[in-house]
Ligand binder design. Structure first.
Ligand code: ATP
Length: 480
């Protein structure tokens, strides 16, 4: 049965919100998951949403304007009143439909703690009581991404703004206690770029504005969404292997080259001129230019500096010894794979024993290329490693930094040398940026309503009456 269904699909990331319809391939809008609050002379607050409106407003540099976010560092909403305003803004100005007209599908990140029932309750209250949505579904973002790519087992690495989330999924089940999160993501890179470039710009131009003192939330947001964003997408690169190793390698090459030159010189005085003129080509010392538009100035950096920013995601201890090497993306990915191998069997037993209740959609996928028929049987840790490592999905806008995919493969291959690795990263830049939303669109378009977990206002009311929503055991099953 094919349903001719049209739903509104909203993905609230910690950095950007994507909204559109399930029957249209591209979203209607991509706006920041933040807003500017401006208070007028009469004390009335105005909330400004939307990328261009926010950029224009923050460019005015009014000292009493403030930027507020909607999502916390885990990617979960905490500012519910503002979230309601943002959804209303999108319905009215971007989607141009009434919330009462169409079903709504939203995404939620997976966390490795217990699902917070108050978050789910807030979402249902917002959808049913405030916006009067007819039916509503919450899908788990990495699961939706994996299923939309035809995979029921996958190792989803989502490199976003607030951090990097690593989620193992086996046979359509998120292995919750193996979900790991690195706090180093796009926002952290924004800070590092600012720290590195501010003195260079200030030194050259005495640009007071670049100094931290006197900077308020609107300046920080404006920088992050204008020149820092451009800097990250054009200048940042990831080295294929550990940057320190790479530097050592090029140093050795230079020494070998110098020795050869010396030998040549001794062999034939005639070659002396050529020998002295030649120099080894160290790619790390090549220069890269960035046009800093606010001042129309060119900033020149070594390739090594460009590599260094992204290196921090893998080796945070390079910035400060307060950060543990274990917080780097390589060790975290390995930890996640090993934990998934150790805990999948007990997870499966628990999940199959749990009834459904109020919660997010969960699906025991039948689609996919790698269901190994072992959902009811035990599966060895080695099989889990193999399933995950042959289905690595790399997503999130921070993964667009050049060389990221190769480095992730390198990091995993040195930790799991005996396993074959296969990665899947959408090569269409736009699709990678909206992968979470595309995943939710796929879930909204499943051929039968029964395959998703839809809630109507009546279900919500009766579940509330039955008190089911307060049973943590049910919630745990439903977020898997
Ligand atoms: P989260 O996954 O934390 O909820 P999100 O889904 O809202 O975040 P993404 O769009 O996945 O956000 O990632 C946003 C981050 O990616 C921002 O820090 C942004 O500056 C950065 N970013 C966007 N495009 C690029 C690019 N081409 N190169 C590097 N970084 C980029």
């Amino acid at each position: 049965m094919t349903l001719n269904r049209k739903c509104v699909v909203i993905h609230n990331g910690s950095h950007r919100t994507v909204a559109g319809f399930s029957n249209v391939e591209l979203p209607q809008c991509i706006i920041p998951s933040s807003y500017v609050k401006r208070t007028d002379d009469a004390g009335k607050a105005k909330f400004i949403f939307g990328t261009y409106d926010m950029i224009d407003t923050t460019a005015e540099k009014r000292s009493d304007d403030e930027v507020y976010t909607l999502m916390d560092s885990q990617g979960l909403p905490y500012n519910w009143e503002a979230l309601e305003l943002q959804w209303r803004y999108m319905y009215e100005t971007q989607l141009k439909v009434s919330p009462e007209e169409l079903p709504l599908v939203i995404t939620m990140p997976v966390t490795n703690g217990k699902p917070d029932m108050s978050i789910l309750e807030h979402y249902y209250e917002l959808a049913f009581d405030k916006l009067k949505v007819p039916v509503f579904q919450i899908v788990i973002e990495p699961l939706a991404i994996a299923l939309s790519m035809g995979k029921s087992s996958a190792f989803v690495i989502d490199m976003g703004a607030s951090g990097c989330n690593v989620t193992p999924i086996i046979d359509g089940i998120v292995v919750k206690n193996a979900v790991v999160r690195s706090k180093f993501g796009g926002d952290f890179l924004d800070f590092q770029v600012h720290e590195k470039l501010a003195p260079m710009i200030k030194e050259e131009n005495d640009m007071e504005n670049m100094a931290d003192e006197g900077k308020n939330s609107t300046d920080v947001w404006h920088d992050a969404n204008t020149w820092i964003q451009q800097f990250k997408s054009t200048m940042l690169q990831v080295s294929e292997k550990d940057l320190i190793e790479l530097e050592r390698y090029y140093k050795e090459q230079a020494e070998i080259f110098a020795r050869q030159q010396e030998q040549l010189k001794q062999m034939d005085q005639q070659l002396q001129y050529t020998a002295l003129m030649g120099s080894p080509n160290n790619p790390l010392l090549q220069k890269k230019n960035f046009l800093f538009k606010p001042l129309n100035k060119t900033i020149t950096l070594d390739f090594k500096d460009c590599y260094e920013f992204a290196e921090y995601l893998f080796k945070p201890q390079l910035i400060s010894d307060k950060f543990s090497p274990e917080d780097g993306l390589g060790p975290l990915m390995a930890k996640s794979v090993k934990k998934a191998g150790a805990s999948i069997n007990s997870m499966k037993a628990n999940t199959s024993a749990n009834p459904n209740g109020l919660g997010t959609s969960h699906m025991h996928a039948t689609a996919g290329d790698n269901a190994n028929g072992s959902s009811s049987n035990n599966i060895s840790p080695e099989q889990v490693y193999s399933l995950l490592l042959t289905n690595i999905i790399i997503t999130g806008s921070s993964s667009l930094i050049e060389g990221m995919e190769q480095r992730i493969i390198k990091e995993l291959s040195i930790r799991f040398p005996q396993y074959k690795l296969t990665t899947f990263a959408n090569q269409v830049m736009m699709d990678r940026k909206i992968q979470g939303w595309l995943g939710a669109v796929t879930m909204a378009n499943l051929p039968s309503w029964n395959l998703g977990k839809w809630y109507s206002k009546e279900d919500y009311e009766s579940l509330k009456r039955d008190g089911k929503q307060s049973q943590p055991a049910n919630a745990s099953a439903n977020t898997n």
